[in-house]
Design a protein around this ligand. Sequence first.
Ligand code: ATP
Ligand code: MG
Length: 201
Amino acid sequence: MTASRRPRLGVMGGTFDPIHHGHLVAASEAAARFDLDEVIFVPTGKPSFKQHQKVSAPEHRYLMTVIATASNPRFTVSRVDVDRPGLTYTVDTLRDLRELRPEADLYFISGADAIEQMLTWKDADDLWKMAHFVAVSRPGHRLSVDSLPPGVVSTLEIPALAISSTECRQRAEAGQPVWYLVPDGVVQYIAKHGLYRGSAS
Ligand code: ATP
Ligand code: MG
């Protein structure tokens, strides 16, 4: 990091139910491309887009995220969304992180599927001013930012990992392995706490 420039902070929001290697590669690739000093993973509290679906307790998702990121000195985890009551909206996440880290420039990292929905996010017009957005490629989704205001979202092609948390949950429920789809410690955490048994969605 040069002394003259502001710290660059990646923000990787997600439900992380469970966190998998697709999330970790997205964060790592964005960090390399945009010379980020740190990437903060932010597990959602109650996701606004998943109100009608069963989501594991925030504490489980937070701890799996800590386990998955522990070995990377540039990866950290924030509790801002887990600890805020009510539904989680990205605008609140960014507001909180800007308050906590006023010296930094924020880079919000999002997959192609999530970025498609961005115009429907709460206070979308304010979001552009709060962070730069990085849209990463994801198998099965077209990486397009044509409908978004010009200049606020960068696109980034990353190695294709066709992994989703939904599939990990379904595999865990069916007794199929999730080894190598999620970090080893997360495999063991899922087994230890019996997550996703009889509840895959
Ligand atoms: P679910 O199936 O439960 O929706 P998910 O795999 O989509 O889980 P989320 O926690 O919803 O994971 O996603 C968090 C962020 O990570 C989103 O911006 C999403 O687009 C991105 N993401 C998830 N999986 C990948 C992947 N395999 N490649 C690139 N980006 C991904
Ligand atoms: Mg998702």
